[in-house]
Write a protein that binds this ligand. Structure first.
Ligand SMILES: [Zn+2]
Length: 422
């Protein structure tokens, strides 16, 4: 039976829900070294836990220490033996652009013209810069006012999961096994799963709902590492610096100049990896530089890390030992290795889309997700679309029709797994 016809009791409107979440500032901060990285993420966590309790989800757990929210929807009658399926989204937003005082606005029936985001006309969302907008003629879009990001990454995912949960709880005729819900903090700084409690979560398989365009589904992601360089220079009065001064910032430049020029996010796409300079500050005396390294291919990823080490060794030989201090740590790995033994996750998600007339798009993630980490912790976890675009910036937008379709995909997945056995 068509799922739509089983939804007799209507939940709160998805978009109202989403807009409520966007108004809560949940920006994470990679420099605080606390967990969660920012206390304001608790504002959303607490709200979600309350809302889940109000809609009568069971086993609602709000981890007040580390800011995680878990909840369950018990299996419907006769589906108790179906595998428990989980859905996960992250509550924090990127630290690239402010997430404070988000004033989202709906552009109805989009006519393909430029969308003036800020009143002063400084920020314009234009198909010239973002050709993908041309696919949205007649759609209703949610955009920013140009001063902040929107936070569809990943509050669109949260709103969709919450909407799905409410629909399931209000409409017991929809068949599903046990459904597990998890909301994490600090995904954007790579810490989303640090304190994620797999036992409390309770799912056998899960999906993160943290992707973009409708139909996209991702089960391949980058291998990722972080690099910190501390460069120790020697400051001397510039008047008599000859053969004595060591300018730390110039050595940082030198490091950058020795990296392969085109292996840079500005010049790469699809499965091409890169080195990305994320932060640099320096004086003559000292410079601190951060990079991230990304590559889908493990061998190329390893080679990139070796290149960094080789350049550091070269510079230390040239300028003296310990001139450049290197700290390099792996952040996460490509989940494909852990998904392959459970390819039903991919085929069933695609089936859930095709039943709705949505063409699935295989898309290797040029980033990471909570799901990549969880897959390596034993919870295979591909990523699903949310209907959001242009993440991590003021040009972020979401397509209302796509967001609604994403909820239908989640419901279909629940139903497909209601009589699934391996
Ligand atoms: Zn995200």
């Amino acid at each position: 039976m068509k799922l739509e016809s089983l939804i007799k009791n209507k939940p709160e409107d998805l978009i109202e829900r989403f807009l409520r979440y966007t108004r809560i500032d949940t920006q994470s901060d990679e420099h605080t070294n606390t967990s969660p990285s920012t206390m304001k993420q608790h504002d959303l966590a607490k709200l979600l836990a309350d809302e889940l309790t109000t809609m009568c989800a069971s086993e609602v757990v709000y981890d007040r220490e580390h800011c995680y929210v878990y909840a369950k929807i018990p299996a419907s009658k006769g589906c108790e033996n179906a595998p428990a399926i989980g859905f996960i989204s992250h509550m924090d937003t990127s630290d690239a652009v402010s997430g404070k005082d988000v004033k989202a606005r709906i552009v109805e029936n989009y006519d393909l013209s430029d969308i003036k985001l800020s009143e002063d006309g400084r920020y314009v969302l234009s198909p010239k810069d973002f050709p993908e907008l041309l696919n949205h003629k007649g759609d209703d879009l949610i955009v920013t006012d140009g001063n902040t990001l929107l936070g569809a990454d990943d509050k669109a995912g949260i709103a969709e999961i919450m909407n799905m949960a409410e629909i399931l709880l209000l409409n017991p005729e929809i068949l599903h096994g046990k459904i597990c819900i998890g909301f994490t903090p600090d995904e954007e700084i790579g810490e989303g799963t640090t304190y994620f409690d797999l036992d409390k979560f309770g799912a056998k398989y899960a999906f993160t709902v943290d992707g973009g365009k409708l139909g996209e589904m991702e089960y391949e992601n980058f291998n990722a590492a972080e690099v910190e360089l501390i460069i120790n220079g020697r400051s001397v009065h510039p008047g008599d610096a000859k053969n004595r001064m060591l300018n730390a910032t110039l050595i940082a430049y030198e490091f950058q100049s020795m990296l392969p020029a085109f292996e840079n996010p500005m010049y790469t796409e699809k499965r091409e990896g890169f080195y990305h300079l994320t932060m640099m500050k320096g004086t003559c005396e000292k410079a601190v530089v951060y990079y991230i390294i990304r590559d889908h291919d493990m061998e190329k990823f390893t080679k990139k890390k070796e290149t960094v080490k080789r350049i550091v060794n070269f510079l230390n030989e040239k300028y003296g030992q310990n001139t450049v201090e290197l700290t390099m740590e792996d952040s996460y790995y490509n989940m494909i290795e852990k998904i392959r033994p459970h390819m039903h996750l991919v085929t069933n998600a695609k089936k859930a889309m095709e039943e709705l007339g949505i063409t699935p798009i295989d898309q290797p993630i040029r980033g990471g997700t909570d799901g990549a980490m969880l897959s390596y912790k034993g919870l295979p976890c591909p990523n699903l679309c949310t209907g959001g675009y242009n993440y991590h910036g003021r040009y972020e937008y979401a397509v209302i029709g796509e967001m609604r379709a994403c909820v239908s995909i989640l419901l279909n997945i629940c139903e497909i797994y209601s009589d699934f056995s391996e």
